[in-house]
Every structure is written in structure tokens, then in C-alpha cells.
Design a protein around this ligand. Structure first.
Ligand code: GLC
Ligand code: GLC
Length: 654
């Protein structure tokens, strides 16, 4: 293995070789846009050592390494020249305000284009809805061409250059990105790069026996190698098919398929795969995407004898992609989708890798606290797992299109005298509504008969008790469910990071069980929380203050607007505090000239917090609860109504 000095030297030598060749190839473009080219050169030289080092480490042993490097560089330059002028202006703007995504103005929403609005045209017409909610970030679920029928909701991509024709065209998407950006909404799209669908051109060529493309995937003539790997692999979709490999009778081969059988894992040990996917990534960036959601990051590198998750090379690949983005699409930020152990989630987050990450721990523990009514695991876990490196941010969410998995750390649980295995079992029972007294109406996802493991599907409202309460016609239970929904949102809106709303939740959409009649969806219970938006229903309830849905909507719009005025949310760290009450979760944000103290109750009964604690953590005597507008004095203990959340702003220190 070459040492660092030597790699630097190789890097310098190879750039000396490559650069003149690049200039020659692009001489017409260079003479047309010399300033542009200069900017490109500056960024390339800035990233080069890092990029070269990463790629050399990953692929330096391949006989054709320098060939791949040259082809890659040409593709990157080509992509820069193809980048539209408005995006280049955005690049400049974002470089001048690198922390833009941490602003308290940021509020995210996510939806399926077809289920929310039919197609891209329909989605454009929903702009007023997004504006009313105050969204500045819109994640559209995968829109690219994918197999008819089951395509894992689009997560099986057949072409990264064509949209699913039912949704619209590439040009329409690019226009929408531009239009939304002018309205202050950044487009977020997936980079589904762990796998392609088995209908992708590469997979088809592999099926036809083209050796070059067979090497894009993991194909095996018999069980010898799959069996070796499977000794240490975790099953991700055990109810779809046992194990991680699929037998293809047509080609007489086993194929590595971590997720569904039609999602073929890509082989990143092959430099041609890295290069091909880098080109697809830059093409997606050039559509006008500002945040790229890196799907299933944990799985992209396989190593015998391990669970093939979170391998060091996975980080190197993402970092190399990131260098390329810095060079040719500098406005782009990476968001990690790693729904794994909290230590591993953290490992993807850095300014050089993913600047943004889902926070699955907060998500899972909010549900855990709602089930137990106690906040000890939430508080203990976050007190040492929330802080992030400078220049990076969480995406905090309550629900998404996926299931809920109980990804807390076992030792964090034991620290609080909780048995992790038994507790996960309890949480599953609770959210499946099988536990006595449970308010939840969830559905099991991927119950594994061998391990007893399971995850939970269900909409926010159904899991929070609204479905059951409405069916029972119980006004008091309806009220409690609405309070739960608002309380968890008050947390993701104030804790620091980007709050992300799974659209539909803002009106308390309930589970839709009709999916089980559709053979393409019946085997995947996540469809229970992916209903098609019924706009006539929605328009009716969203503005009806007497309906629980209308109440949720109005309050949420209020909370979002409130969040956007709190400077402490942008500029500051989150300090978790001991509230002295097992049901109360508290944290302080101090920054931007403001001290903001959030206290949230996870109890269905009124609760109190001691006046002394209020004084010491609040650093004063008089506060305003920004949510209700009421004055709170620390002369007496603080009383919280069931599931109430207060945002206390310090008014006076004496
Ligand atoms: C991610 C997606 C999930 C999908 C999987 C495979 O986890 O969020 O919906 O099934 O990747 O692409
Ligand atoms: C970053 C931000 C901080 C935020 C944290 C979690 O450290 O600077 O404001 O609380 O990320 O998202």
C-alpha cells in the first residue's frame, strides 16, 4: 500500500497529465466560457488530492485505474458545461452561505408525486399548499422509470435519465425545480445507488450474458459464495424472500438482492460502476436538485465475514461522490439515509460526506416515549447522541414512507434499566394495538419468524391514536390523539435541524387498508401509510376547525410560522435538561440572542415541573410560552396539560 506522500505525488503527476488533455477536449467550451472553466479548474484542484486519494484507495489496484480516472474526469467536466446558468448562480450563492440548510426558515415536506397530486403538472398546482405550510424543502419520492407493478414505490430504478412517463418528463421536472427554487423551495431527490431494478439496461445486458455488465452486479452460478456471505448477513425484507439472494431461473444464477428480488445490488468493487453512477448522480444534480438523498447508504460495500453494512469503503465511495459534486455541482448537499444503529448513523455525517442525515433515533424514541409515557430513554440517548459536527444537520421527522424500526442502542436502554429485547417486543405489541390499553393502530412490517424481529407501519395519526378514537367516537380520546400529534411536531420543529413532514400528516391522515387488495402492494404493509390524497376530503376537513384534522392543520401552520421566527433554532446547540419529572422532556437552545426552553409532556395526565428547575434551566423568572402566548412565572411550578408542549422564551431574568 502506497503511503500518503506517495499518493499525493501520484495525484499531482496524474493531474499534470490529465489536465492538458481535458483542456484539449473541451477547447471550444473553454474559449466560449473561460471564466466558467477557471472556476471549474479552481474547484478541481482544490478537491483533487482528496478525490484521487479516495479513488486510489478504492480502485488503485485495478490495471485500468488511470483509464477510469480520465473518463470520469471528462464526464465531470462535461456535466459542468451542461449545468444551467440558474444553477451556476445558485452554486455561487450557496457557496457564500454554506450553512443555509440550518436556518430556522427550513421546513421540509415529502410526498409521492402520483399519490399526492397525480403527476408533476398536478404537483405544480399544489404550490399554494406548500407555501401555506411554509415548506422550503420538498422531497419527491423516486420519479424515475421503474418496473410496472411493484417497483418498491419507485426505489427500483430502470433509468436515471427517464422519468416514469405517468409522472411527466425530465424537462418538466427541471422546470419545476427552477420554478420551486424561485419560490424558495429546494428540490430533494433520491440517489438510489445501492441497486438498480432488474429492468435497467445494465441489468438487461447482464442477463444477456454481457460480461462487462455482469460485473456491475453480484451474480453467482451456485450457492457456494452466497452461503458464505449469508452466515453473517441480516435479512432486510424477510417476508419477501428469505436471505439476501434471489435465484434467477432465466439466467441460472443467484443475484445479490438486499431488498426486493427485483432490486439488484450494484458492485462498487468495480470502478466502472462507480464511474457510471457518478455520471448518473451529476445528471440528477443538474436537474436542479439541491439536496440529494443517498438511499440505503449502509449497504453499498460488501465484505465477507461481516454484515456488509457500514463498511469503511461505503464512506470512501460517498466521500468520492461528494468531491465530484463539489467540483461540478457545488450547490448540492448530501443527505444520508442510514436507518441503522445510532453510532453508524453518525458515521456518515460530516462536512466531507453527508452534511444532512435523517435522525431515526429521535423518530423511534418519540414513539417509544409516547408508548411508555416516560422520557428517560429519549433523554438519555439524545443527551449524548444529538450533537453533530459543525456544518452538518439532522433531518428530524416523526413519520416517513418507511416503517418504524427500534434502532436505539441496547446499552442506552440498559443504562435506564430497560431490557432492550423485551422492550422492542413491547413496542411492537403496543403499536400493533395488541397491548392492553394501547391507543395505536399499526400494522406489522417484515416480521421475522426466526428472530422475532418486526417493524411497524402506520400513519402518524393512526399510530398516535386518532383512528381508534374516531372509530370509538370518543371525543376525549380524539383530543388526546390530536395533542400527541401536535406535541411531537413541536419537538421536531424546535429541537434544531430540519423538520420534515410526511405530507398527509399535517391533516392527520389515517391508515388506508385498501392496499391489501392490490397484488402489487399487498405484501408490503408500508402502503398502509401511503394513501392517495383525497383532495375533496382534504379541502373539507383542513379548514374545518371542528374536525380533528382541521385542528391539526391550523395548529401546525401556526407552529411552523412560529418556528421561523426563533433565532435560537438556527444558531445554537441543544442542551438536554433533567426536568425532574419522568414524563417531561426538556431542552434549551441558546443562541442568536435568544434563549428558548422547550418542555414537552408525554403524559395523558397534567404534569408539573418544579419552579427551581424552571428558574435554573430557563435562566430567569419570567417567560412567554410562544405557543399559547401566555406568560409563565417561575414563582410557582410549571403545570403542563396532557401532551402539552411549551416553548418558553426568556423575558426577564429577575
Ligand atoms: C430505502 C427506502 C425504502 C426502500 C429501500 C430500498 O430504505 O427508504 O423505501 O425500500 O431504501 O431502496
Ligand atoms: C448542527 C447545528 C445545530 C443543530 C444540530 C442538529 O450542529 O449547528 O443548530 O442543533 O446540527 O441538527
Amino acid at each position: 500500500m502506497a503511503d500518503v506522500q506517495q499518493v499525493r505525488q501520484y495525484a499531482a503527476l496524474s493531474l499534470d497529465r490529465l489536465w492538458p488533455r481535458l483542456e484539449l477536449t473541451f477547447r471550444d467550451d473553454v474559449s466560449r466560457a473561460p471564466v466558467d472553466w477557471q472556476a471549474f479548474e479552481t474547484r478541481l484542484r482544490h478537491e483533487w488530492d482528496q478525490l484521487f486519494g479516495l479513488l486510489f484507495n478504492l480502485y488503485g489496484g485495478h490495471y485500468d485505474f488511470f483509464y477510469h480516472l480520465e473518463v470520469l474526469l471528462h464526464a465531470v467536466a462535461r456535466s459542468w458545461f451542461e449545468r444551467s446558468p440558474w444553477l451556476k448562480r445558485l452554486d455561487t450563492r450557496r457557496e457564500a452561505e454554506p450553512l443555509w440548510f440550518q436556518s430556522q426558515q427550513m421546513v421540509g415536506g415529502m410526498c409521492y408525486t402520483d399519490l399526492f397530486a397525480g403527476n408533476l403538472q398536478g404537483l405544480r398546482e399544489k404550490l399554494p399548499v406548500f407555501k401555506q405550510l411554509g415548506l422550503t424543502y420538498l422531497h419527491l419520492m423516486p420519479l424515475f422509470e421503474s418496473p410496472e407493478g411493484n417497483s418498491d414505490g419507485g426505489y427500483a430504478v430502470s433509468s436515471y435519465r427517464q422519468l416514469n412517463p405517468k409522472l411527466g418528463t425530465i424537462q418538466e421536472l427541471a422546470d419545476l425545480a427552477h420554478e420551486f427554487q424561485e419560490q424558495g423551495i429546494s428540490l430533494v431527490l433520491d440517489f438510489v445507488f445501492n441497486h438498480t431494478s432488474d429492468e435497467h439496461e445494465w441489468a438487461r445486458l447482464a442477463q444477456a450474458g454481457d460480461l462487462e455488465y455482469e460485473n456491475f452486479y453480484f451474480l453467482f452460478p451456485d450457492r457456494t459464495i452466497p452461503d458464505i456471505y449469508e452466515r453473517t448477513l441480516r435479512e432486510i425484507f424477510p417476508t419477501v424472500r428469505r436471505g439476501s439472494f434471489t435465484w434467477r431461473e432465466d439466467i441460472h444464477k443467484w443475484v445479490w438482492t438486499t431488498f426486493n428480488s427485483f432490486q439488484w445490488d450494484l458492485n462498487y468493487g468495480n470502478p466502472a460502476v462507480f464511474r457510471a453512477m457518478a455520471q448518473e448522480m451529476l445528471a440528477i444534480a443538474n436537474l436542479g436538485v439541491e439536496i440529494l438523498r443517498l438511499d440505503a447508504v449502509a449497504f453499498i460495500w460488501k465484505r465477507e465475514g461481516t454484515n456488509c453494512e457500514n463498511q469503511p469503503e461505503a464512506h470512501q465511495i460517498i466521500q468520492a461522490f461528494h468531491c465530484l459534486a463539489r467540483i461540478a455541482a457545488p450547490a448540492l448537499r448530501f443527505k444520508s439515509e442510514a436507518i441503522v444503529h445510532p453510532d453508524d448513523v453518525m458515521s456518515y455525517i460530516s462536512p466531507q460526506e453527508c452534511q444532512i442525515s435523517y435522525n431515526p433515533l429521535l423518530m423511534a424514541l418519540l414513539w417509544e416515549s409516547l408508548a411508555t409515557g416516560e422520557v428517560k430513554l429519549l433523554d438519555h440517548s439524545l443527551s449524548h447522541r444529538f450533537r453533530l459536527p459543525h456544518g452538518t444537520s439532522w433531518v428530524n421527522y416523526v413519520r416517513s414512507h418507511d416503517d418504524i424500526g427500534w434502532t436505539f442502542d441496547d446499552n442506552d436502554a440498559r443504562w435506564e434499566w430497560i431490557d432492550p429485547f423485551g422492550h422492542r417486543n413491547f413496542l411492537n405489541q403496543f403499536y400493533m394495538g395488541r397491548f392492553p390499553g394501547s391507543f395505536a393502530r399499526g400494522v406489522p412490517f417484515q416480521e421475522n419468524p426466526d428472530t422475532g424481529d418486526a417493524r411497524i407501519s402506520g400513519t402518524l395519526a393512526s399510530l398516535a391514536g386518532l383512528e381508534q378514537a374516531i372509530h370509538a367516537g370518543n371525543e376525549q380520546q380524539i383530543d388526546l390523539a390530536v395533542r400527541r400529534i401536535l406535541m411531537v411536531h413541536s419537538i421536531i420543529l424546535s429541537i434544531g435541524g430540519i423538520p420534515l413532514i410526511y405530507l398527509g400528516d399535517e391533516v392527520g391522515t389515517l391508515n388506508d387498508y385498501a392496499f391489501s387488495a392490490d397484488p402489487d402492494k399487498a405484501d408490503d404493509s408500508r402502503w398502509v401509510h401511503r394513501p392517495r390524497t383525497d383532495w375533496s376530503w382534504r379541502e373539507k376537513v383542513a379548514h374545518d376547525p371542528l374536525s380533528p384534522h382541521g385542528r391539526i392543520f391550523a395548529e401546525l401552520v401556526h407552529l411552523i410560522a412560529l418556528r421561523k421566527r426563533q433565532t435560537a433554532i438556527f444558531d445554537g446547540e441543544t442542551e438536554f435538561v433533567e426536568t425532574g419529572n419522568a414524563h417531561l422532556f426538556g431542552y434549551v437552545r441558546n443562541g442568536g440572542g435568544q434563549r428558548l426552553f422547550t418542555i414537552a409532556s408525554f403524559s395523558a395526565q397534567p404534569q408539573e415541573m418544579d419552579a427551581n428547575l424552571l428558574r435554573s434551566y430557563g435562566s430567569g423568572y419570567l417567560f412567554t410560552d410562544l405557543i399559547t402566548g401566555q406568560t409563565v412565572s417561575a414563582e410557582q411550578s410549571l403545570r403542563l396539560e396532557p401532551y402539552q408542549c411549551v416553548w418558553l422564551e426568556l423575558v426577564s431574568t429577575s
